[in-house]
Write a protein that binds this ligand. Structure first.
Ligand code: CO8
Length: 261
């Protein structure tokens, strides 16, 4: 039941309970101008409100996942323009999407493209994927979370080298470093991303959202507060019919029928 919806800068389709958002400005390697950031956020928010969508895959058309913010739009902006617009706050809203986000990274994921992948929950990469924070090469620094999320993903040694030199990381190195979950041959990337998303979408939606929220909290709060929040969230799952169903189905040796979709 694939259904196309209307956006100028992306294509959105849905297959059963998985939405696929395809960044679609291939002539500029899917660089993000204002229209494409606001459309991507609108699309993600629409999915988040749609109870038939239980996982979202983000990928790019052509040679790139996304080559970062649109330099031609940004080049002449003043400090005041950037600050008035709070350029970059956009990514915080992406990170607040409750539905799990699977990044299927094809080709270049540079600057804001790498930062978008870092804001996703599961990152799968094609063999052709390349990650980088090349902002230093154009006279600026990462602005969509790169200095904060990259270090949490791969540690200071590698993050600092990437951010201070602009060196790109190939997919296999990115996997070893912990930036991506798995590397797949290019032609298998989308099938595997859909398979992963379909598995996630098959579980109880409130349980999945709670797990996502708890894992992401680990980046925000000290361990003691994270553990406390995890326990409260774990206890709360026992208020769901799905916890009863999941455990009884295990004991009955049958598949569970999730009720909370
Ligand atoms: N912005 C605008 N246009 C771009 C971008 C971009 N980020 N990246 C590529 N393009 C365009 C090129 O200008 C080119 O256009 P044209 O065909 O009209 O000349 C087309 O895409 C194809 O690119 P290339 O010809 O350069 O292709 P190559 O295969 O030779 O090189 C690269 C590919 C290596 C990806 C190269 O294009 C490149 O280095 N791109 C720029 C990458 C970059 O610096 N990204 C970081 C941008 S800054 C950022 O993302 C900060 C985010 C936070 C900002 C917060 C405030 C808004």
């Amino acid at each position: 039941n694939s259904e196309a919806r209307a956006y100028n800068t992306l294509l959105m389709t849905q297959e059963q309970n998985v939405a696929v958002v395809r960044l679609n400005r291939p002539k500029v390697l899917n660089a993000f101008d204002d229209e494409s950031t606001s459309e991507l956020l609108a699309a993600l928010r629409a999915c988040d409100q749609d109870r038939t969508v239980r996982c979202i895959v983000i990928t790019g058309t052509g040679r790139a996942f996304a080559a970062g913010a649109d330099i031609s739009e940004m080049a002449t902006r003043s400090m005041q323009d950037q600050s008035a617009q709070d350029a970059g706050a956009w990514i915080d809203s992406v990170a607040r999407v409750r539905t799990p986000l699977v990044a299927a990274v094809n080709g270049f994921a540079l600057g804001g493209g790498c930062e978008l992948a870092l804001a996703c929950d599961v990152v799968l990469a094609a063999t052709s994927a390349q990650f980088g924070q090349p902002e230093v090469q154009i006279g600026t620094i990462p602005g969509w979370g790169g200095t904060q999320r990259l270090i949490r993903a791969i540690g200071k040694a590698k993050a600092m080298e990437m951010i201070l030199t602009g060196r790109r990381m190939q997919a296999d190195e990115a996997e070893r470093a912990g930036l991506v979950a798995r590397v797949l041959p290019d032609e298998q990337l989308m099938a595997e991303a859909l398979a992963v998303a379909t598995v996630i979408a098959s579980y109880s939606a409130p349980v999945v959202r709670t797990a996502k929220q708890c894992v992401n909290l680990a980046h925000e709060v000290p361990l003691s507060a994270g553990l406390k929040a995890e326990r409260a969230a774990f206890h709360s799952t026992f208020a769901l019919e799905d916890q009863k169903e999941g455990m009884l189905a295990f004991l009955d040796k049958r598949s569970p029928h999730w009720r909370h979709k």
